[in-house]
Design a protein around this ligand. Structure first.
Ligand code: HAM
Length: 422
């Protein structure tokens, strides 16, 4: 039986790659306008990095990581997200000594062993942006604006910005205690997952997808009543800045996100265009993460866009067109084939896209192939032309052809090439 790809993994075929590339290029362009620099980090990290930062009692760490012991006994994990790895790279490479405030972006695959469905894959791609070293809410608002700028450039509509705060080490424990008391009072009606989460990670009960759980949460206390003055100010200032810039958002006090490192601001961009997997992007502040992984206290905030999902919802207009060859060289016979090979190589090396036939097919099928590939010109050279020292140049758009001396061919094609480029 033919070997199949791994479940939940996907092939991105040549016809689709154009759209991916356009989005990646645009993201880099937009982010660079906001002062971000690209960083590339490994796909593989020590398991401990993710276990500590994302949190032991999260779906990702409990059941979704691709973890293995390598031959030297190290426990390694294919990265399920990029933030912890960017934080590690910031510390390990002492990026703070070059410039304490680092605005970094990275694009690449992540791995989570989730149940595959439309918009949810086991290898998926993210565009991440992280600002490390700034505590001010200005950056919270700026990041959301940067993300919306990208989505607007891609003309993605039907989006909502969901915004929340998760407080900090001062006020969140007080909220968690109140939440735990409330959850105890409704424990009997909760789904099996939430009964477990109730004691292990009570915040996660808030965004349970189960309708019965959501109904029971109607009177759940909200974090906004427990925020300390500093967290409240931070949240209000973020909101005010977004208001000032005309950003539409909804405060969603049940938005807790699936990773434990968040503090204060959290947000998600959601769309109805995606069905069940409605989050196109998510992020938030993680002021405590650097300490968790062994560095000094360093404020930071970031987000990740789900590239697979974004590709799905951007208009087909973003699919870059396949490049068409300027010229197809149709050669008949070995001697003409050799000559053609020389021309094609020379022009390809000079940056002109020229195609040829590789299997000695008839003129008719070579012409067909040239048409399929959308060549603008076809160069025809057979035994007669070789003997006469000429080639036939056929303009495929005008359906007209003329004979030119063989020695002029390269210059002629160069001329056409630079005219088309210009
Ligand atoms: P996340 O919410 O886990 O956050 O993922 C961000 C985005 O990645 C999601 O909104 C979604 O679009 C996409 N995504 C997640 N899982 C899958 C999947 N299985 N298949 C397809 N797309 C998926 C993070 O990963 C954080 N590191 C974001 C962040 C950066 N926070 C601060 N900085």
């Amino acid at each position: 039986m033919m070997i199949q790809r791994v479940r939940g993994f996907r092939d991105i075929l040549p016809g689709e790659v154009g759209r991916w590339r356009t989005i990646e290029r645009l993201a880099a362009e937009v982010f660079e306008n906001f002062g971000f620099k690209e960083i590339r980090i490994p796909l593989l990290e020590k398991t401990e990095l993710f276990a500590r930062s994302i949190g032991e009692v999260t779906d990702i760490v409990e059941k979704e990581m691709y973890t293995f012991i390598d031959r030297s006994g190290d426990r390694l994990t294919l990265r399920p997200e990029a933030t912890a790895a960017v934080a590690r790279a910031y510390l390990q490479n002492k990026l703070y000594s070059i410039q304490p405030v680092q605005k970094l972006f990275t694009i690449g695959p992540m791995f989570r062993r989730e149940r595959p469905q439309k918009g949810r894959y086991r290898q998926f791609y993210q565009i991440n942006a992280e600002v490390i070293g700034v505590a001010a809410p200005t950056v919270d608002a700026q990041l959301i604006i940067m993300l919306l700028t990208l989505l607007k450039k891609l003309r993605v509509s039907d989006l909502t910005v969901q915004l929340n705060t998760l407080g900090d080490g001062d006020c969140r424990p007080k909220y968690q205690a109140a939440l735990a008391r409330f959850l105890e009072s409704i424990a009997g009606g909760l789904c099996a997952d939430c009964r477990r989460r109730r004691t292990e990670n009570p915040l996660r009960v808030l965004d349970c997808k189960n309708q019965d759980c959501q109904a029971l949460l109607e009177k759940v206390p909200t974090i906004h009543d427990f925020l300390c003055a500093a967290c409240r100010d931070h949240f209000n200032t973020t909101c005010n800045l977004l208001n000032q810039e005309g950003v539409d958002y909804h405060i969603n006090d049940r938005l807790v996100r699936g990773l434990d490192y968040y503090t204060r601001t959290t947000f998600e961009i959601q769309t109805r265009a995606l069905g069940a997997q409605s989050a196109v992007a998510g992020g938030g502040r993680y002021d405590g993460l650097m300490e968790i992984i062994g560095g000094p206290q360093t404020p930071a905030i970031g987000f990740a866009v789900g590239l697979d999902r974004l590709v799905e919802i951007v208009d087909a207009q973003w699919a870059a067109k396949d490049r068409r060859p300027l010229v197809f060289v149709a050669a008949l016979g070995d001697a003409a084939g050799q000559k053609a090979f020389g021309w094609v190589n020379r022009l390809n090396r000079e940056g002109i896209y020229v195609e040829m036939d590789y299997s000695g097919r008839s003129l008719k099928s070579q012409m067909k192939q040239a048409g399929r590939q959308g060549a603008e010109y076809v160069l025809i050279v057979g035994e007669n032309e070789l003997a006469a020292g000429t080639v036939i140049v056929r303009d495929m758009t005008a359906s007209a052809q003329k004979e030119v001396p063989m020695r002029d061919v390269i210059n002629l094609l160069r001329g056409i090439g630079s005219a088309t480029k210009g």
